[in-house]
Design a binder for this molecule. Structure first.
Ligand code: AMP
Length: 114
């Protein structure tokens, strides 16, 4: 099967500003940032979307959020607060079919999202 865009980033076939890497996931800056700090946390395993999660994925998904917060602390946005987003499918406006957590911060965000 063809690699996803994010697998290619993990394999260094496409450049990215990588902020964190471990056996299970990596975090890198979003190429089109929507806030002063905007990075993605992506599992190495190419689960396409939230709808594809199955029993057994709990630990991995929890790990993504632990890493999201650790990187947010390093990026200096944890005190002011930040937002995590996982877009899913067409209505969720997911564009890359490899599950990922967006982390956005560094400015006042508004609610509700569009
Ligand atoms: P989503 O629309 O939730 O699937 O989010 C995909 C995100 O990936 C978007 O915010 C894009 O800006 C981001 N993106 C696309 N290509 C790259 C890339 N080469 N490096 C970093 N981020 C990317």
């Amino acid at each position: 099967m063809d690699k996803t865009l994010f697998e290619k980033i993990a394999d260094r076939e496409i450049p990215a500003d990588i902020l964190h890497e471990d056996d299970h996931c990596l975090a890198f800056r979003d190429i089109n940032p929507q806030a002063p700090v905007h990075f993605l946390v992506v599992p190495r395993r190419p689960i396409p979307a939230l709808v594809d999660l199955t029993v057994g994925d709990e630990e991995l998904m929890g790990h993504l959020f632990v890493v999201a917060n650790a990187v947010a602390v390093k990026e200096g946005i944890s005190e002011g607060g930040y937002r995590t987003v996982i877009n899913c499918g067409k209505h969720g406006q997911q564009t890359v079919p490899h599950i990922h957590v967006h982390v956005l911060g560094g400015r006042q965000l508004s609610w509700p999202p569009g």
